[in-house]
Design a binder for this molecule. Structure first.
Ligand code: FAD
Length: 878
């Protein structure tokens, strides 16, 4: 219980109506939608980021916990004040601050309800895909803090894939911007780390979200099966055929029997399982998609296939799925929603085990699951929540389910988070090193432990070390085991063949302060720069696991991308990544975070890496993530390594999302005489992009099938042939209207091919990437045209990236060129970085030219994982 005078000092900081401490208010904030309880000492209703900063400074001064809260629909106790403190309630910060139609992004306050955002952007032809079933009430702030998923994640991904930046108040009261309107800032991916951190790193006051085009048409079908196993096989067959439905949601017989009398969706009560499949795209492709899926369903025992004829029928089908929670509430005063993810091929086995567990404990259970991504929600009915013996059985069953899931390489939380509910289970999934690595990041952001303390990490038993002590002790413990045999002599090369050996070797070099250059290979260009030793991933060159049913591949970090693509191509799969250089390794690509234009269709590198194993300089090996798309079991450590340029550790292996290659790939090529008009035309087709895989304007037109115009506008589309054709037809129409010449159509070169040719041109000695907000890219290029005129350049319109290459006479001309490009980019909240230049110019040219208000956080993270500062010294912005 907080002292009266302390509370008084808080209320004195704000006008009336901002802080409530009366017991009626406090009682309503004791719970979220899960089973945990805790009474706060006060509830604050900030209206501005300034209010939040004041609250945080006050809390830091007095050591009071602050628990940010959206709508309180969380199911794991994330917004519950089980240690007292002040709830920071965001219902008065719920505005849409900006919607950028061309740049396809929105800036919103955290208290905005998810559905309100989606409704507003839909009116503009756009779509915010993350759609938790709670979207009518949950907030964007809560969604980001939990990295929420939803029924449409199979096709569209989870919340983190749509967050570009955020304004936050840090634990020391500073208000800073992390990420922002441009993509791929040259910093650690702190935005990716904060997403899913359950309000424990910072308090968000504004969120920059990415949007996509609202698909022009949707069709929904309901299919009945005799068993869940049968339905599961049908789902796998759809995926194996290379189709990507927007959603594949399954309900088992038990839940059908609970839901049907409530929702009246005409599901037969004797059905073993019901599957909702939704496809979206251009109207022309839907019938073909539905026909193909129907054939697959029938071939695998699907029956009573019902295709919604109109919005009313579609709504009835969805009502059944989305009202499961309500329907269960009619039967029982409480229920426990378990949330786990397993690689999809384990779904039916997992289901059998959950049934056995619940039978053994005498519990009634029904299932809903996001079948496409292996995310399973057993709903355990609780007829008497006051019965401690029953509650004990419920919790025991929950624990056994988690253990069974972890044994299948699953995640103990797919989308609901850890919070209080699962904190004691974290060490079942994560090693001590991994937990310590997570705790390191917590310490970096919130050393005083005031932001949502006590969540995520197991609460130590009496006499056990606290998680923070474990984090602080990790480095020392590993240094005690230094293996001096692994120290290599001056300018020598260390080529570990495993993460464990790499970690021991790095710790040995760390102990004697030898600087290590992390390199992908040992060949030609692998210079050590100013380092004493090269540590190369060259021996980690293998395909470790290929899991076609679960759509992932695990490879050694030293494996060339081309080798992975060649392997996958033989299997009828691919990895939607590209590099301009033939010998690029996957570890190198992830560390440099160089994204090709095709990211607009398939996501960026950060969206495709599911998990990784990394060796840290202090001797720890950490496995980040699991081979599943939905995984919110603790912090998203994988993001720390994306674009970190080897400064935080050596990636040993990585697991990536794979896909069936698109059935059609076509590009429209428009000759362009004047870049200004080309940019206008490009802008006019931007809003059309639904299956576009690149919209670029490039000055290497001669590469585009011998066009002799100074520029070429390339619009590539990939996917189902009907979608591709329909989109290119729309694009042709828009170009005609804008007065552009008739385009030629070809399978190649695509926009990504043009990009690769531009950056792969060895005659250009200086190559740079400029990132600006997508809406400003055209204006930036027009303003800099005199400078760009002597270079070759390509504008990735959707990403707001400009890639420019040149061959300056010397380092001073090179410096002048990059500085001139940089200044206006920085003025637009962007950046300009050097991708490649001769080694001799190192030191004469600032490759990064970027400063960030979060440098201190980056330094502090680096200091925790590389305490002697030996890794890739001087090779990143800090
Ligand atoms: C019926 C039902 C269905 C659901 N379906 C889904 C589903 O399909 N998918 C899914 O992923 N989840 C689902 N959930 C869980 C829940 O809705 C999500 O976790 C949601 O994102 C929580 O949002 P909220 O606004 O209610 O956040 P809260 O519950 O209030 O808070 C959740 C977390 O966010 C933090 N937080 C909130 N605002 C901020 C901020 N401004 N800054 C920093 N941290 C902040 C809190 O501290 C807390 O840790 C469901 C819940 C219910 C009750």
């Amino acid at each position: 219980m907080m002292k009266e005078n302390l509370l008084h000092s808080l209320t004195a900081l704000f006008p009336r109506g901002y802080i409530f401490t009366d017991s009626a208010s406090l009682i309503s904030y004791e719970v979220d939608a899960g089973l945990d309880h805790g009474r706060p000492d006060g509830v604050a209703f900030p209206r501005t980021a300034g209010d939040v900063a004041r609250l945080v400074r006050w809390a830091g001064e007095h050591g009071v916990p602050l628990i940010a809260r959206g709508a309180g629909t969380g199911l794991s106790g994330g917004a519950v004040a089980d240690r007292g403190g002040i709830i920071v309630e965001f219902s008065r910060m719920n505005a849409v601050l900006d919607i950028d139609v061309y740049g396809r992004s929105a800036v919103v306050e955290p208290g905005l309800i998810n559905l309100r955002l989606d409704e507003q952007v839909k009116a503009l032809g756009l779509y915010f895909p993350p759609d938790p079933a709670s979207q009518r009430s949950s907030t964007i702030g809560g969604n980001v803090a939990e990295n929420s998923g939803g029924p449409h994640c199979f096709k569209y991904g989870v919340t983190t894939n749509y967050i570009m930046g955020m304004d936050v108040v840090l634990a020391d009261g500073r208000a800073v911007r992390i990420g922002g309107r441009a993509l791929d800032y040259p910093t650690y991916d702190l935005c990716g780390l904060i997403t899913g951190s359950e309000g424990m790193f910072a308090i968000m006051t504004a969120i920059f979200a990415r949007l996509v085009r609202n698909p022009p048409a949707i069709k929904t079908m309901l299919v009945v099966f005799d068993s869940v196993e049968q339905a599961g096989v049908a789902v796998s067959a759809v995926i194996a055929a290379g189709l990507v439905p927007a959603t594949m949601e399954m309900m088992d017989q038990k839940i059908i029997n609970i839901v049907e009398p409530f929702a009246h969706a005409n599901m037969p009560l004797d059905a073993g399982a019901a599957l909702i499949v939704e496809v979206d795209g251009y109207p022309a492709s839907l019938d073909a998609q539905i026909a193909e899926i129907t054939r697959i369903m029938e071939a695998h025992g699907g029956r009573e296939i019902r295709i919604a004829r109109d919005e009313e029928e579609r709504a009835a089908i969805w009502l059944a799925r989305k009202s499961a929670a309500g329907a269960v509430s009619r039967l029982t005063p409480a229920y426990y929603t378990v949330d786990i993810t397993v690689p999809r091929s384990y779904l039916s086995q997992m289901l059998g085990e959950v049934n056995d567990i619940c039978d053994r404990h005498g519990l009634r259970v029904g299932y809903m699951f996001h079948a496409g991504d292996g995310n399973l929600h057993p709903l355990i009915l609780i007829p008497d929540p006051e019965n401690p013996e029953l509650m004990q059985r419920v919790h025991q069953a929950g624990l056994e389910i988690v253990i069974a899931c972890i044994q299948k390489s699953g995640s103990l939380s797919g989308e609901h988070g850890i919070g209080i509910e699962k904190r004691q289970y974290m060490s079942l999934m994560h090693s001590a090193s991994e937990l310590a690595a997570m705790q390191d990041i917590k310490q970096v952001f919130d050393p005083g432990n005031i932001l949502n303390p006590g969540k995520v990490f197991p609460v130590p038993e009496a006499g056990e070390a606290t998680p923070a002590q474990n984090a602080n002790g990790a480095a020392g413990a590993s240094q005690a085991a230094v293996d001096t045999a692994l120290v290599v002599s001056e300018n020598n090369i260390f080529t570990p063949d495993s993460a464990a050996q790499a970690a021991r070797g790095l710790a040995a070099h760390s102990a004697i302060g030898k600087r290590v250059a992390i390199r992908a290979t040992t060949s030609g260009a692998a210079s050590s720069g100013s380092a004493d030793v090269i540590c190369s991933a060259a021996e980690m060159r293998s395909i470790t696991t290929y899991a076609p049913d679960d759509l992932y591949i695990t490879v050694g970090a030293g494996t060339p991308l081309a080798e992975i693509q060649a392997f996958l191509s033989k299997q009828g799969k691919w990895l939607p990544l590209a590099s301009p250089w033939p010998d690029t390794t996957i570890g190198g690509l992830i560390s440099t975070n160089l994204n090709a234009p095709l990211r607009m269709r398939y996501g960026a590198i950060r969206d495709l890496v599911l998990c990784a194993t990394a060796a840290l300089a202090d001797g720890r090996v950490i496995r980040t993530g699991r081979p599943v798309v939905k995984n919110v079991a603790g912090y998203d450590l994988t993001k720390a390594f994306i674009g970190a340029r080897g400064t935080l550790g050596l990636l040993a292996d990585v697991t990536l999302k794979i896909a069936a290659p698109p059935r059609a790939r076509r590009t429209l090529l428009v000759p362009v005489d004047d870049q200004r008009r080309g940019l206008l035309w490009a802008r006019s087709v931007l809003p059309i992009a639904l299956v576009a895989s690149a919209i670029v304007l490039s000055s290497n037109a001669n590469f585009a099938n011998g066009l002799d115009s100074p520029f070429v506008l390339a619009y590539s589309a990939e996917g189902l042939p009907e979608d591709v054709q329909a989109e290119l037809e729309e694009v042709r129409g828009a170009l005609r209207e804008a007065g552009a010449p008739a385009p030629s159509e070809a399978e190649s070169p695509s926009g990504t091919d043009l990009w690769a040719a531009l950056l792969g041109d060895a005659s250009k000695t200086l190559k740079s990437r400029i990132g600006v907000p997508a809406k400003d890219a055209a204006a930036y290029v027009n303003d800099q045209v005199a400078l760009l005129h002597d270079s070759t350049f390509l504008v990735d319109m959707a990403a707001g990236h400009i890639f420019a290459t040149t061959a300056p006479s010397d380092a001073s001309a090179a410096r002048e060129w990059i500085e001139q490009l940089r200044r206006p980019a920085l003025a637009l909240e962007g950046y300009a970085v050097v991708i490649e230049m001769p080694a001799a110019w190192e030191g004469a040219i600032d490759r990064w030219g970027y400063t960030s208000s979060t440098f201190d956080l980056m330094h502090s993270l680096k200091a925790r994982w590389d305490p002697q500062k030996i890794l890739n010294v001087g090779e990143f912005i800090m």
